[in-house]
Design a protein around this ligand. Structure first.
Ligand SMILES: Cc1cc2nc3c(=O)[nH]c(=O)nc-3n(C[C@H](O)[C@H](O)[C@H](O)COP(=O)(O)OP(=O)(O)OC[C@H]3O[C@@H](n4cnc5c(N)ncnc54)[C@H](O)[C@@H]3O)c2cc1C
Length: 481
């Protein structure tokens, strides 16, 4: 069996990695009061693989070795594999109360992209990357490792290419080469779960020109590699009360500024070195898988919005009001449009060399764009139904104080079918999801994670074949060339 337990996963993070959080170096990430929450959330993925109810979904039998492994490592060969992957991500996110675990999703997205681009490089340039990717994939699968992908560079002036920047380290680059490997320098930013994984995969963030050759680099390193430093972000941070914050006290993601301070990477872990023509294709191929992961983990949060809107409307006695029904209907349509597009992108996949199924690029990007561009609107529908107590309600301490509780009990009741306590719990959930530090984090995540809005629009326009539409117009309008 190539599976680890949740405990083995957590234990493996005690590896001497260099992590900074709120001005201090963290000796042991597994016992740190804030970081521990992100790790225990992520460990849910390992628990699901052990759970008899989910193990068929969360695991598969590796065709080469016969070993039972985490399904995240299964290379998608057809629509069915992609639908299973979608279902697995959905299940992990529901178990995380709307927060995706993301300790294998994004790493395997990168591995699938590396397979496709390594094959192209080997075919066209005579390199030997494919075998390295294959060995690395098997190593991660057999050891059931967790992985983060660091793609987004810090980028400096967005209007300049990497080699034109004020200093040369705004994009991760190769600074030296030895007989055993390469030395890299630079920093990636927003790296989700870097602090909670065993391996960091690094790929380029954009297309490059010949002058940017040294920035065309892809590799993987263990999280405790010498010279690798993580400055972990506290935003969306863990609040003290799970009464007020029923989700974010137990489930959260953590991003880091991931610094490569002259890090040595041995050859067997180098997957691109200077092949600048392939940097753009690697970046976009990764994104094709990664946006499918994105839209796969969005529906559980939307489901929470729908359920909370229904219960809150009931608690406030406004369920029959036409404008409330209209808003709940909009929330349902929002949720189901994202879900339907995700499934459609799996059904419409195309299988590319070397036999890997890629979700339909246009549908995937439309789904991601639709989710992101309507998220704030969805939040406003839910907040409108809930009312202002989302941010003006009494505290847990006042609820627990025998002197003040009777007043709260008496005056903050709503429709008699729902108790005051349950009404307060609904406010707490909706506040946590939409009007807290964590809620703000989700709003920014919706807009920027997996690429900002414009990135999806650019892809949709670039990939869509408008010629048949143009020909159609010419026929109907009787335009002859
Ligand atoms: C919660 C969260 C988790 C994330 N997780 C990861 C992760 O695990 N790994 C990872 O690699 N990345 C991750 N990201 C990064 C994410 O992909 C980026 O935030 C996104 O691509 C935007 O990049 P940026 O934040 O640098 O913003 P910018 O690129 O600075 O974008 C800001 C604005 O400038 C515009 N812009 C930027 N460049 C140009 C240009 N040249 N011309 C015209 N307009 C331009 C953008 O369209 C946008 O409107 C995460 C982000 C978030 C918010």
């Amino acid at each position: 069996m190539a599976l680890r337990s949740a405990e083995q996963y957590i234990e493996s993070l005690r590896d001497g990695r260099t992590v900074y959080y709120r001005g201090e170096q963290v000796k042991d990430v597994t016992t740190h009061p804030d970081i521990r929450v992100a790790i225990e959330h992520a460990a849910g993925d390992y628990q699901l693989a052990e759970d008899p109810r989910y193990k068929d979904l969360m695991t598969y039998q590796d065709p080469e070795t016969g070993e039972i492994s985490s399904r995240y490592f299964k290379i998608p060969r057809n629509a069915e594999d992609l639908l299973k992957r979608h279902e697995m991500i959905l299940t992990g996110t529901r178990a995380g109360h709307g927060v995706v675990p993301i300790i294998k999703e994004i790493g395997t997205d990168a591995i699938f992209a590396l397979y496709i681009i390594a094959k192209k490089m080997d075919d066209q340039l005579g390199s030997h990357y494919f075998e390295r990717v294959q060995k690395y994939h098997q190593y991660c699968r057999q050891n059931d490792l967790s992985m983060a992908t660091a793609q987004t560079d810090v980028k400096g002036d967005r209007g300049l290419r990497p080699s034109e920047q004020e200093h040369p380290d705004y994009y991760v680059r190769i600074v030296d080469e030895t007989k055993d490997g390469i030395i890299v320098r630079g920093a990636k930013v927003h790296t989700t779960s870097a602090v909670a994984v065993n391996e960091i995969l690094v790929i380029p963030t954009r297309a490059l020109g010949e002058g940017d050759k040294n920035y065309a680099v892809a590799f993987a390193i263990p999280a405790n590699t010498k010279g690798l430093k993580m400055i972990v972000s506290p935003f969306g941070s863990v609040p003290p009360s799970d009464f007020h914050h029923p989700v974010s006290t137990h489930h959260r993601l953590m991003e880091s500024l991931t610094i490569f301070d002259d890090v040595f990477v041995p050859w067997e872990r180098v997957f691109m070195k200077g092949e600048w023509q392939f940097a753009g294709p690697l970046a976009t191929t990764f994104v094709q898988f990664h946006r499918f992961t994105a839209i796969s983990y969005k529906p559980p949060l939307c489901e929470l919005f729908v359920g909370a809107a229904e219960l809150m409307a009931e608690a406030n006695g406004v369920k029959k009001a036409s404008h409330i029904r209209e808003k709940i209907t909009q929330l349902i349509s929002y949720t189901e449009t994202v879900r339907a597009l995700t499934r459609a992108s799996a059904y419409e996949c195309r299988v590319v060399d070397p036999g890997i199924a890629v979700p339909d690029t246009i549908i995937t990007n439309i789904a991601k764009y639709y989710f992101a561009s309507h998220y704030h609107q969805a939040v406003s529908w839910l907040q409108d139904i809930a009312g202002g107590l989302l941010v003006t309600g009494p505290s847990e301490e006042d609820w627990l104080n025998p002197e003040t509780r009777p007043y709260i009990q008496k005056y903050l009741g709503g429709a008699k079918e729902i108790s005051t306590e349950n009404r307060l719990k609904l406010f707490n959930l909706i506040r946590d999801l939409t009007a807290s530090d964590f809620g703000g984090y989700h709003e920014v995540l919706a807009i920027h994670a997996e690429g900002s809005l414009e990135a999806q629009k650019i892809t949709i326009y670039r990939e869509y074949d408008t010629k048949p539409c143009i020909e159609f117009v010419k026929r109907v309008a009787q335009i002859r060339d």
